[in-house]
Design a protein around this ligand. Structure first.
Ligand code: G6P
Length: 368
């Protein structure tokens, strides 16, 4: 039964472990061996996608972080500019719409008051269309948008979003490919991305296999009051999502920074009481990230690095490691999210918080 915890102590953990399956469900019927099956976006989508050369994303909370990651995909894959806004901010701004802009909302529930209000505001503006990436087919957001792509996460009960986030990312990567196709992405490159996507459920499974290693590390967080998360490029929003999870369910003040900004402030906070968590896939920014981490070590910061096993992090004197298998670069934001979800879960368990119902928070914020 979808809404039983089964062998898991909490819905959050169950939902974390469901990710390989729900990612598969979100891909199912939407990709062939070599292509995105565009029909999945609905009959109205083609005429709208054909006009798009710019994207405006609006969302709240974890869904906003999915938007921040999508900006990198749109730039890299679709060669398109993208703006990402928090719905509560967007709805009260004087928004200027460039011709050819697609408006995209991202929401697990499809009922978040600020996101809905942003969509209603956007109805009055000259967008080429309004797309909802949403987990609830019957939601207001889906009903009021021109078209939608549903995430197939199934019902998410834990207040801290996990499987909804990773399935949103999958849906948004499909959108990036569909837009890319219209903007110079050739067939072979699309086919290579699709091959990567077919591997994703298995790679997520391998990330989940680090659960015990992460649980062991979590002991070192339980008595901390602060934590700093670092990432570069698309791993910066991943770090933001890791920090949000830790705040939401462990009640530890956590902040995320783009690693290159360390020297502009947060380095002043680093001492031996400050755990610093870095997400380090083997990408072109790895060398830069290593330089940033050396600055943390030099100041006695306690470093925890989630790294590609081939990224050359061998010396465990300066940092503690969680190793992940090599991941195709485009998928790294999805895969590196998993250990951070597990970390916040285990820290929350050690602290004895109400993991599925953290204090003061609601699953769906339907009032402003
Ligand atoms: C609340 C939830 C978060 C969620 C956010 C946006 O804050 O606790 O988990 O990310 O709302 O919700 P939505 O349903 O629009 O994705």
């Amino acid at each position: 039964d979808e809404i039983e915890k089964g062998e898991f102590g909490h819905f959050m953990l169950k939902e974390i472990y469901e990710q390989p399956r729900v990612i598969k469900n979100t891909l199912s019927g939407r990709i062939s061996d070599r292509h995105v099956l565009e029909e999945a976006f609905g009959v109205k989508s083609k005429a709208i996608f054909d006009q798009v050369d710019n994207v405006q994303i609006v969302a709240c909370g974890t869904s906003f972080h999915a938007g921040l990651i999508t900006k990198y995909w749109l730039e890299n894959i679709a060669k398109m500019p993208c703006q990402v806004d928090i719905a509560s901010d967007y709805r009260y701004r004087n928004i200027i719409v460039r011709p050819g802009t697609l408006f995209v909302t991202i929401s697990q529930s499809g009922e978040t008051a600020d996101t809905l209000a942003a969509l209603r505001y956007a109805q009055e503006l000259p967008y080429v269309g309004r797309l909802a990436i949403c987990n609830v087919a019957t939601s207001s957001l889906v009903r009021e948008s021109d078209f939608s792509l549903l995430t197939m996460a199934g019902r998410e009960i834990g207040v801290a979003s996990t499987k909804a986030f990773t399935t949103q990312l999958v849906a948004l990567l499909l959108m990036s490919l569909v837009l890319g196709r219209r903007n110079g992405l050739d067939e072979e490159s699309e086919a290579a991305y699709i091959r990567d996507l077919h591997q994703l459920p298995d790679i997520v499974d391998k990330a989940l296999a680090q659960d015990q290693a992460i649980q062991r590390l979590s002991i070192q967080f339980a008595d901390k009051h602060h934590a700093l998360f670092l990432g570069r490029g698309p791993q910066y929003p991943v770090a933001k999502e890791g920090a949000l999870k830790l705040k939401e369910i462990s009640y530890i003040h956590a902040e995320a920074y783009p690693a290159g900004e360390l020297k502009h402030g947060p380095l002043a906070l680093v001492d031996d009481k400050m755990p610093v968590i870095a997400v380090a896939p083997n990408d072109e920014l790895l060398g830069k990230l290593k330089g940033n981490l050396a600055e943390v070590s030099a100041r006695g910061g306690k470093l925890f690095v989630i790294a590609d096993e081939s990224a050359g992090f061998d010396d465990e004197v300066d940092y503690q490691l969680v190793r992940l298998p090599p991941v195709p670069e485009v998928l790294a934001p999805i895969v590196y999210t998993i250990p951070l979800q597990l970390l916040s879960y285990h820290v929350a368990i050690l602290k004895g918080t109400d993991v599925d119902h953290p204090r003061n928070l609601a699953k769906s914020v339907t009032v402003e």
